[in-house]
Design a protein around this ligand. Structure first.
Ligand code: ARG
Length: 464
């Protein structure tokens, strides 16, 4: 059978197709990160005290300019990865060599695709996690605003889904805001876990050249370099699993918000409704107004949990060092990052449009919802709690309804459902994310000599 020629040897077309898998498509998402990694590598090589230099200042500038052209082509959708390229790494080398000749053949000096893909994925995760954290903060803001608007709107609090105690829409909504802020602790931890540079580890064993991994770490805006090169290669997959597990926790919060909204928007409850432009109709039933957004968020939570499991299970049982198995973590990783971002955005959009119906919420306040309040009235009059409880329980059918508004006012935890505290946490986190973004983008701007992410010349940039 005829073999296909690739940069790294001839291969049977079927074996090529199988091993390449979805990389030519998935790797397009890594194009920008791959160019940035190559830019940092070339800049570092050009500074090595070798004679002759691996890259002169002029050669470095020319390579940088081509990398920026490739990044821009990628943004226009004008960059393709061919099956013979196998992946984005060799596709970029092919294009650089076609444009720069011998110079392009030097960019892979002392580098392996293993450290390229590792650094690409970490850069990709940094970009996506920053956007995800901002989107999570947007949704937190939408939820606290909703909670504030409805802080005094009575809603029956439920346990086991059974009516339990007087509560408010504000308490309900602010609980999800605080849940997201807790999830953001994990997202921040995942960001930090990921924020280390694996570039320069080559195939996992370094190279007989004085590669400066601290320099590439600084150039790419990483906090520091991974210390052990074998760990730099082997942390791939693990890093994805860690990020995905933080994402899965975020999705568990969104799934609960979705489930509650679906339930309480049922006509039988009628607590909430969504405007028509946020719901879908039916092709046969003219009356339908379906909460598809929330159903899809609920389902996607399952998928992201599956993605986290997939990454962890692929890593489990792998020997140390690079193994091709790791390629299979790419799709769940990308799916998880994209899905969580999309879910956060759609809910941040839908939340302010959610309508709360005071009359339906009020109708749910049957007298038994106030049973505990009656017990505590007796306690206030000097009776022991258990005796008061037994007295109210013995005549539960005679419990009289009370004013839900007064019940809310009598509870410190309902008067203050944590809105201000949530806003304080959100403001501090917003600043932290902005600092992380500025540090990352600042480094990339210096590396490229051009504002990143704009990639548009300002006239003052230089490739120093
Ligand atoms: N597409 C590959 C991956 O995702 C790139 C690394 C290939 N390395 C190798 N030694 N075959 O893992």
């Amino acid at each position: 059978m005829k073999t296909r020629k690739t940069i790294v040897g001839a291969i049977d077309p079927e074996a090529l197709a199988f091993t390449v898998g979805k990389d030519p498509v998935l790797d397009l998402a890594l194009l920008e990160a791959d160019c940035l990694g190559t830019a940092a590598h070339v800049a570092m090589l050009s500074n090595l005290p070798l004679k002759p230099r691996l890259f002169t200042a002029n050669e470095r500038r020319k390579t940088m300019a081509e990398l920026i052209r490739i990044m821009r082509a990628g943004r226009r959708g004008a960059f393709a990865i061919r099956a013979e390229d196998q992946d984005v790494h060799l596709a970029v080398e092919r294009v650089l060599t076609a444009r720069l000749g011998d110079l392009g053949k030097r960019v892979h000096t002392a580098r392996s695709r293993n450290d390229q893909v590792a650094v690409d994925l970490r850069l990709f995760a940094k970009m996506r996690l920053l956007d995800i954290m901002d989107a999570a903060l947007d949704l937190t803001g939408a939820l606290t605003d909703f909670a504030e608007r409805h802080a005094r709107l009575p809603m029956v609090g439920r346990t086991h889904l059974q009516p339990a105690m007087p509560s408010s829409v504000g308490l309900w909504a602010a609980s999800f805001a605080e849940g997201l802020l807790d999830d953001l602790i994990l997202l921040q931890a995942a960001y930090e876990f990921n924020d280390r540079n694996p570039l320069g580890s080559a195939a996992g064993y370094g190279a007989p050249l004085p590669l400066d991994r601290r320099a590439t770490a600084a150039a790419l805006g990483f906090r520091e370099a991974v210390g052990n090169v074998l760990h730099a290669a082997a942390a791939r997959g693990k890093c994805e699993a860690v990020v995905l597990s933080a994402l899965a926790q975020t999705m568990l919060t969104l799934s609960r918000l979705a489930e509650d909204t679906i339930l309480y928007a049922m006509p039988e409850f009628g607590y909430f409704s969504l405007p028509r432009d946020c719901t879908t109709g039916s092709s046969i039933m003219p009356q339908k107004n379906n909460p598809d957004i929330y159903e899809l968020v609920r389902a996607k939570a399952g998928r992201v949990l599956g993605d986290a499991t997939a990454a962890a299970v692929i890593v489990k049982g792998l020997p140390n060092g690079y193994n091709r198995d790791l390629q299979e973590t790419k799709e769940p990783f990308m799916n998880g990052l994209e899905t969580v971002h999309a879910c956060l955005r759609v809910l941040a959009f839908a939340t302010p449009r959610l309508h709360a119906h005071g009359d339906a919420l009020a109708r749910a306040f049957t007298p038994d919802v106030f049973a505990t309040d009656r017990v505590l009235d007796l306690v206030r009059q000097g009776e022991s709690f258990r005796n008061a409880y037994n007295r109210v329980k013995a005549r539960i059918g005679e419990t009289v309804a009370a004013d839900p508004g007064a019940a809310i006012r009598s509870r410190p935890s309902l008067r203050d459902p944590g809105i201000r505290a949530a806003r304080r946490r959100a403001t501090a986190l917003r600043r932290k994310v902005a600092r992380q973004r500025a540090r990352f983008h600042g480094a990339l701007t210096r590396l490229l000599g051009m504002p990143y992410p704009a990639l548009a010349p300002t006239g003052r940039g230089s490739n120093q």
